[in-house]
Ligand binder design. Structure first.
Ligand code: SF4
Length: 689
């Protein structure tokens, strides 16, 4: 069979949702490239997806349903193959059994963003709502950042990512796109080449993106709000604030200016660990560059004060009026741009608002019966999991392990690989990849709505998430029109009820550009609050229940885990270039590039510990400790330690990974995982590896 090129869409948990061109030959794929004709992807994809054949045809792909007959946690050796009918019958029987004993809320369908396709990701909610199972507070990634952005702007959208190419100054704040979202760098490169644009990166360590920057600011984790306040102080004091713009488009600039009076660079320098000159230099550069584009990442929101931090940064373009210029403004995410009606996919018409909501980031406390989470309700005694690997990705993983080890917990995991979570399951079902199923994809970084069709037959006996949900719904007696449709019909109906052309009439290239007008995307026709203004005065009460510690105006909110003499270091568990959460952490080229679990430690800190480059070091806190190898690295403050991941648990000497140390405390004001807000101690590691 000759090689052909087929279109697809990258489904992974990344804002770019790249349009793909996939080499296909004899039922296998070859190289994967970015679609050259799509103006955001522009022919570029990250290296891990370019080598997707490694993952797609990995010898460890699950291919048959499995029932566990051995101990939890061992892996495939503890399982025996069973038929699909037997597997689905058993899952349905177990869910029915526990629901009869404890009530339906004892079942917790649990998912996240292993795929970003709407049908295969969110369809679990249709089953959840039809059966009145416990709901899931989707807090683990974007809850804090969403809250911060909503406080000021009022809607989850911003200036199209392609406009970066028209900017004179790009500020990448709290993200590392060179490693995690390569397309941003494409557009930055155009701006630098064609306009001589400057790149500023704000990140607690010298990332691959910071390596390429004209200026890198490395504040202590959790102090970005202070930096943003001091920048605004300078903007007001030195005449860079656009008072005319603010009078027309913001709520209370006078009160903001008064509030910022005491938050000068000296104040911020004490909090952030930056020098006053660094803060002043950046503020002046930002102030005199009208076409300045802030690309906000998720990193600096993964902190107890993350929403307040993101809010503070989002205020900058409203002070200078950069929103009014082409190439100016900011983008956090455009996922709210496309108004899709998700009732059919998610079964929203069946949602019973009295069913309880459990926080996905607190799966450890939930499964170990923490009354702050389950209240007077029943314990969770059954989990049905798709698209996530909480044994590794969820915080406070010591508790997560204890929870999954419970003898009275039934677990079904539908997965592509025998992950750590699947290894704890009673039933494991083999899942298709995006190349083997159909889906619909919006994006965070751009404005395209895309359809990705199956281009390969399923591997082995793999079934899509949607097919499995349908199979369970039938056995459980769940009723909803969405269960009667295949994935293409669901996509088609969802598009049509949302006012888009259906599948038949969808453009042949596979995408529709939903980019709004300049006035709309720059909010010149009004921000998304009822008064049409950008809000410097945040209404946190309207956003979340835990608002009492959040001040109305942008500020440094000192609720972080800032350590003490016993835990003097600040740990940031940052994403690596070659893994994406735990996707790709089992492909040979990704493992080869990343090497081994490693802590980046300042050379002075290493010397004080009596350690050299490459030494084993134990990192710990009140939740436990892990052993990694240290790398001497001077691109961070001495108090900061970086461990990139996410590595599998077995890659660590003691079989449990970095999230043993991170906290399941909810960020303010409505939850959110605080992965980069962890104080730790470091000590020389005794014994041999
Ligand atoms: S950059 Fe992101 S969206 Fe694009 S191919 Fe890589 S993981 Fe997928």
């Amino acid at each position: 069979m000759p090689l052909d090129i087929v279109r697809s869409v990258c489904p992974h948990d990344c804002p770019s949702a790249c349009a793909l061109e996939v080499e296909r030959i004899d039922g296998r794929i070859g190289r994967v490239r970015g679609a050259a004709s799509q103006a955001y992807t522009r022919g570029v994809v990250c290296a891990k997806v370019a080598r997707y054949a490694e993952r797609q045809h990995h010898p460890a792909r699950l291919s048959r349903p499995l029932r566990r007959v051995g101990e939890k946690g061992i892996g495939e050796a503890a399982f025996e193959p069973i038929s699909w009918d037997a597997a689905l019958d058993e899952v349905a029987e177990q869910l029915t059994r526990v629901a009869q004993r404890h009530g339906s809320e004892t079942v917790w369908p649990y998912y996240y963003a292993g795929t970003m396709g709407l049908v295969q990701r969110d369809g679990m909610n249709r089953l959840r709502h039809a059966m009145r199972y416990s709901r899931e507070h989707l807090s683990i990634c974007s809850m804090l950042s969403d809250a911060g952005w909503f406080a000021g702007v009022g809607a989850k959208r911003g200036v199209d990512g392609r406009e970066i190419a028209k900017s004179d100054l790009i500020v990448v704040w709290g993200g590392n796109p060179a490693s995690t979202q390569v397309n941003v760098m494409t557009h930055i490169a155009i701006a630098r080449k064609e306009r001589g644009a400057k790149l500023v990166v704000v990140d607690p360590y010298r990332t691959a993106t910071a390596e390429q920057a004209d200026i890198h600011l490395a504040p202590l984790p959790g102090t970005d709000g202070a930096l943003a306040c001091a920048v605004m102080h300078v903007l007001f004091e030195e005449g860079y604030a656009d008072r005319d713009y603010m009078a027309r488009h913001t709520d209370d600039p006078k009160a903001l200016e008064a509030h910022l009076e005491a938050r000068d660079p000296a104040w911020a320098a004490r909090i952030t660990g930056l020098s006053e000159d660094e803060i002043l230099g950046f503020a002046r550069l930002y102030g005199r560059t009208k076409r300045s584009y802030i690309r906000l990442g998720y990193g600096f929101s993964r902190s107890r004060n993350g929403a307040a931090q993101l809010f503070a940064v989002s205020c900058l373009p409203a002070v200078t009026g950069a929103w009014a210029y082409e190439g100016g403004g900011a983008l956090y995410s455009n996922l709210g741009l496309v108004p899709l009606d998700l009732a059919l996919i998610e079964g929203l018409d069946m949602l019973d608002p009295t069913t309880r909501i459990l926080d996905q980031s607190r799966i450890g406390p939930v499964l170990t019966g923490d009354r702050r989470d389950i209240g007077d309700g029943p314990p969770v005694t059954a989990l049905f999991i798709q698209n996530t690997n909480p044994l590794v990705v969820a915080p406070e993983s010591g508790l997560v392990h204890r929870g999954f080890a419970r003898a009275d917990l039934f677990v079904c995991v539908h997965e592509q690989f025998m992950t750590e979570t699947a290894a704890m399951a009673d039933i494991v079902l083999p899942a298709t990849t995006f190349l083997e199923h159909d889906d619909l994809y919006p994006a965070g970084a751009h404005s395209y709505l895309q359809i990705g069709r199956a281009v390969l037959p399923p591997h082995g006996e793999c079934r899509s998430n949607h097919e499995v949900i349908r199979g369970l719904a039938e056995r459980l007696g769940a009723q909803h029109p969405g269960f009667a449709m295949d994935a293409v019909e669901l996509i088609d109906q969802t598009l049509q009820i949302s006012g888009f052309p259906g599948v038949e009439n969808f453009p042949e290239e596979g995408w529709i550009d939903c980019c709004p007008s300049f006035e709309n995307s720059h909010f010149l026709d009004g921000f998304a609050h009822a008064d049409g203004k950008f809000h410097f005065r945040a209404d946190w009460r309207a956003i979340g229940q835990e608002h009492s510690q959040l001040p109305a105006f942008p500020d440094h909110v000192a609720v972080i885990d800032d350590g003490d003499p016993d835990r003097p270091f600040r740990l940031v568990a940052a994403p690596s270039r070659s893994f994406l959460n735990t996707s790709f952490n089992n492909t040979p080229s990704s493992i080869a590039r990343e090497g081994r679990p490693t802590a980046l430690v300042h050379p002075l800190a290493l010397a004080e510990l009596g350690l050299g480059d490459g030494a084993r070091v134990r990192i710990g806190n009140q939740r436990g400790s892990v052993v990694v190898h240290a790398r001497a690295f001077d691109g961070l403050q001495k108090r900061v330690v970086i461990v990139e991941g996410l590595w599998p648990n077995h890659a660590f000497e003691e079989g449990i990974g970095i999230n043993l140390l991170t906290s399941a405390d909810p960020g303010l004001p409505r939850g959110g995982a605080v992965f980069h807000d962890t104080s730790v101690w470091l000590s020389p590691c005794e014994g041999q590896a």
